[in-house]
Design a binder for this molecule. Structure first.
Ligand code: PLP
Length: 473
């Protein structure tokens, strides 16, 4: 940027060099005190030469139109963008003393940075077209078996049952365990609604409990307090990539003869004490929705080590049809099957999961570094013994108005989403909480997710945080 600054009394050659130096074709003309008092473009320069000026002649103040378009440091992305038009493509950004601190260059491709976007740059297209050309485009085919085998092996379980999404994965596991009307299932207050919806669709009664302050995952103490004679299962959610305290949860489950279904929709590849999540409970469920760590577009899987559960889930997934006698139905089942096309994408995604995880944690580290000056920003904890994975980068805005911060981020072209609202706050679910969930309440009001994509423009995020710090005390 410094190279595009030119003194008003420099020879015309200096102006040419300034314009030539940076790819913006613009020089910012400054006075003796480095204060910007004009902007000249390559078009202006061309006109001067055509009017007979020589390269060795100095510029003069008369060459420069003093009413140039500029922006100040505290202006928002949207306001700066409005200052551009077909003629004004570059807007200098000045500090309160009138010195250049940055510039904004209009780019036709400027667009909102999304919170998530799938990375499909491995073998995804190759396997997808292979599945397509094989004509096995429904729910039978080689990629289904391969994806079930590879993903269950990756998580260290004997069986994987691929299904249409992460919500039906939870439903299928609950029904296969024989849980239904009159049974209680303990769920955390801070999770995506799919967790509790699946319990309700199975006809069981969810019991909402609070989460732990450090991990943000379901609190083992709160589970203990919620267990009754009707409790049949616990669904710990490894929320935002953080593994739950599975030792404590499995201990409570074994003391009370309960099933544990890990909801690992947001935590592919995370580990608890050296064991991959999804391989610790009696069953576990994953989502492969487009914003997840690995995706199949829509899709999900249930993992288990139990042969019995595996067999039951396979039957229920396929209309409850007998495996021995086609079109004979022993159960009222569902169509929860995944297609071979989706599984083909999943196989390619799984090949690159470790590099995907590495990139995501680097993105999070960059955010922490870039925003380190803002004391109000709090980050997810790394708990000893846990390999936490970065699903969506989480930031807590302590003492700030979170919703206003999201507005500011969006005005700066940065999409952000609020944390999950607590289940117990929503009228459709509030009756399932027996106690107030204070930790979850605090987290859900302060937290937001930042874009977790390959090309985060940290400068834009930084500009927004500057405004959040000022505007939003
Ligand atoms: C914790 C949790 N459970 C379940 C789901 C449901 O997955 P899906 O959207 O694939 O149905 C999601 C995500 O969407 C989730 O975040």
């Amino acid at each position: 940027m410094d190279n595009s600054i030119c003194r008003y009394d420099a020879p015309m050659r200096g102006l040419l060099e300034a314009i030539n130096e940076e790819p913006i074709g613009t020089a910012f003309i400054v006075d003796e005190e480095q204060k910007v008092f004009g902007v000249l473009t390559d078009g202006d320069f061309r006109r001067m030469l055509l009017n007979g000026r020589s390269l060795e002649q100095p510029l003069s103040k008369d060459d420069i139109n003093p009413s140039f378009v500029f922006a100040t440091e505290d202006e928002r992305f949207e306001e700066v963008l409005k200052k551009t038009d077909t003629k004004v493509r570059v807007v200098p950004i000045l500090n309160s003393e009138g010195r250049l601190v940055n510039y904004f260059r209009y780019d036709h491709n400027v667009k909102m940075m999304p919170v998530a976007e799938p990375k499909l740059n491995g073998n995804e297209f190759k396997y997808l077209s292979d599945a397509f050309l094989s004509t096995w485009i429904s729910s039978a085919g080689a990629y289904i078996n391969r994806f079930e085998k590879d993903f269950s092996e990756y998580c260290g379980t004997n069986h994987g049952v691929a299904v249409s999404n992460g919500t039906v994965a939870i439903h299928l596991a609950i029904v296969a365990m024989g849980i239904g009307e009159g049974d209680e299932v303990i769920v955390p207050d801070l999770t995506f609604a799919a967790t509790i919806n699946a319990v309700l669709h199975a006809g069981a009664t969810p019991v909402i409990v609070d989460v732990d302050e450090e991990s943000w995952c379901i609190s083992p103490q709160a589970i203990k307090e919620a267990v009754t004679s009707k409790t049949k299962a616990i669904i710990p959610v490894h929320v935002y990539g953080q593994p739950c305290d599975m030792d404590a949860i499995m201990q409570i489950a074994s003391e009370n003869n309960l099933y544990v279904i890990e909801d690992a929709a947001e935590a592919h590849g995370a580990e608890f004490k050296g064991k991959r999540v999804g391989g610790i409970g009696h069953a576990s469920t994953f989502s492969f929705f487009g914003n997840k760590i690995i995706t199949t577009g829509e899709g999900g899987m249930v993992l288990t080590n139990s042969d019995e559960l595996n067999n039951r889930m396979r039957v229920l997934r396929d209309h409850g049809m007998s495996k021995e006698k086609r079109y004979w139905h022993d159960h009222v089942g569902f169509n929860y099957r995944m297609t071979n096309l989706q599984a083909a994408i999943g196989c390619a995604q799984l090949e690159r999961i470790e590099s995907i995880l590495k990139t995501r944690s680097e993105i999070e580290r960059n955010y922490v570094q870039t925003l380190s000056q803002y004391d109000f920003a709090g980050w997810q904890q790394n708990i000893e013994g846990n390999r936490r994975v970065t699903w969506l980068v989480c930031v807590m805005l302590n003492g700030k108005d979170r919703d206003n911060a999201i507005k500011i981020l969006r005005e700066n072209g940065v999409d952000a989403r609020p944390f999950f609202y607590q289940l117990s706050e929503m009228p459709v679910y509030s009756k399932y909480a027996t106690k107030p969930c204070l930790v979850s309440s605090k987290l859900s009001k302060c937290g937001l997710n930042l874009p977790t994509i390959d090309n985060v423009e940290f400068e834009r995020v930084s500009m927004a945080f500057q405004q959040i710090a000022i505007d939003n005390p």
